[in-house]
Ligand binder design. Structure first.
Ligand SMILES: Cc1cc2nc3c(=O)[nH]c(=O)nc-3n(C[C@H](O)[C@H](O)[C@H](O)COP(=O)(O)OP(=O)(O)OC[C@H]3O[C@@H](n4cnc5c(N)ncnc54)[C@H](O)[C@@H]3O)c2cc1C
Length: 397
């Protein structure tokens, strides 16, 4: 590699050294990096083409015991830091965005249980997660997307059970999950925000129907399912928190899942940037390497600077969470919004820098561009994040 690429390597090595990881966490991240490089990345194009769920990757991830990192030791896990978790999400997503979001979704579904579950629920459910159970987080409905509080899924208590009726749209892992955290409204508490409640629905519950799996532009190997709940009977013991206490749980869950989807987007961004640098250091036109044209260098300067700033902010947010900061809403929104806009921008420029070859399947940048798009839409669209950030500056009157 030439001098330019060597400088980029130093830059990114230094960025990768920012997260304050313990020695065993660094070691684990190294194992994940090796798995991503040697097994997950080489299979990513085939998974994208077939759109088949990557069970081989899930098995390999579970062979490393990776779910254990977000389950506390007392419940059969390893209880590692949030920074270590984000580093692993980014590494897996850099190799295969579909596999990255499948694994990250396990965390999104389970973190509310770790933070707010009862002792009995944690003892019963968390060891299964640590051993590799798949999770799903079901908030969105056909008519309740950006405004999730418009959800109409109903939880009707009946003795020791809760009868769940309704449906959810676009649920990542929805058809394969062992444990799905479902948000709905508690019957008898009205239709407002105060009725929002949460419960864990277990795989195989009668009445849980997978209506369809979406055909998607990107993330083709991750499954995205429309679910129907046809009077599913769920043990009352699976209700998370109190009836009507779901909205704070939902907001807390999003505060932890948004940095996670940002780490995922930054994995895509890093892969696209690296591919572009490699290509333009090789490809020659008009007797020069593409990287030697000043117009291209100005573009690289902007992309690399934004990527470096955004990655530094990722570790800032990780430090806040690991330090126990209470409300990280605005910081998490800034991170999610900027990381996903940047992933889309870098992936699009990477295609451009590959010229016509970038538009063809021989190079993975076209896949990275397709994979990047959804990061601006899920976990709150970027329009919604702009509103959340802007609104946070309104003084309380
Ligand atoms: C591949 C994929 C995976 C997903 N995984 C999950 C999952 O695991 N769990 C889950 O619960 N959901 C999931 N989702 C759903 C996702 O979070 C929603 O699609 C997203 O929140 C947007 O909702 P919507 O699609 O209904 O769009 P809408 O809310 O209908 O928005 C349409 C457009 O209007 C804009 N808009 C809406 N309201 C406003 C406003 N107030 N101001 C300005 N603009 C506005 C939006 O930004 C958007 O551009 C997934 C979606 C996809 C496609």
């Amino acid at each position: 590699m030439g001098e330019v690429a060597a400088a980029a390597t130093t830059l990114f090595d230094r960025l990768d050294a920012i997260p304050p990881l313990a020695a065993e966490e660094r070691q684990l991240c190294e194992s994940v990096r090796a798995l991503a490089r040697d097994r997950i990345a080489p299979a990513a194009a085939a998974h994208d083409r077939s759109a088949a769920f990557p069970w081989d990757n899930v098995k390999a991830i579970n062979a490393l015991g990776l779910n254990a990192m977000f389950v506390p030791e007392a419940y059969g896990g390893a209880g590692l830091s949030y920074a270590a978790y984000l580093a692993c999400v980014r590494e897996i997503s850099r190799a295969c965005a579909s596999t990255g979001i499948i694994w990250a979704t396990n965390f999104h579904a389970v973190k509310p249980l770790v933070d707010s579950g009862s002792e009995e629920q944690k003892r019963r459910l968390l060891p299964r997660v640590a051993e590799g159970a798949l999770g799903a987080l079901a908030i969105t409905e056909a008519d309740a997307g950006s405004d999730a509080t418009g959800m109409t899924t109903r939880f009707a208590p009946e003795g020791d059970t809760v009868v769940v009726t309704g449906g959810k749209s676009f649920i990542t892992n929805g058809d394969v999950a062992d444990l799905t955290l479902v948000f709905g409204k508690w019957a008898g508490l009205g239709d407002g925000r105060d009725a929002i409640s949460a419960l864990y629905l277990e795989k195989g519950t009668p009445g849980l129907v997978v209506l369809r799996k979406e055909e998607k532009m990107g993330h083709r190997a991750s499954s995205t399912a429309a679910l129907a709940f046809e009077a599913c009977r769920v043990p009352r013991a699976n209700v998370l928190g109190r009836p009507g206490g779901g909205l704070p749980l939902l907001l807390a869950a999003l505060n932890k899942s948004r940095p996670s989807v940002a780490a995922h987007a930054l994995g895509i961004a890093r892969a696209a940037f690296e591919d572009a640098i490699l290509y333009i250091n090789e490809r020659r036109q008009s007797g020069r390497r593409i990287v030697e044209f000043q117009g291209i260098q100005f573009l690289l300067a902007d992309l690399a600077t934004d990527l470096a700033m955004c990655e530094a902010w990722l570790w800032h947010v990780a430090r806040l969470v690991d330090g126990g900061a209470a409300d990280i809403g605005p910081e998490a929104s800034m991170l999610k919004m900027r990381a996903s806009d940047l992933a889309m921008r870098i992936a699009t420029e990477a295609v451009q820098l590959h010229g016509g070859y970038g538009y063809c399947l021989d190079y993975r940048v076209e896949r990275l561009m397709r994979d990047a798009k959804i990061t601006q839409i899920w976990e709150g669209t970027n329009q919604i994040h702009r509103q959340l950030i802007g609104r946070s500056f309104i003084a309380k009157g």
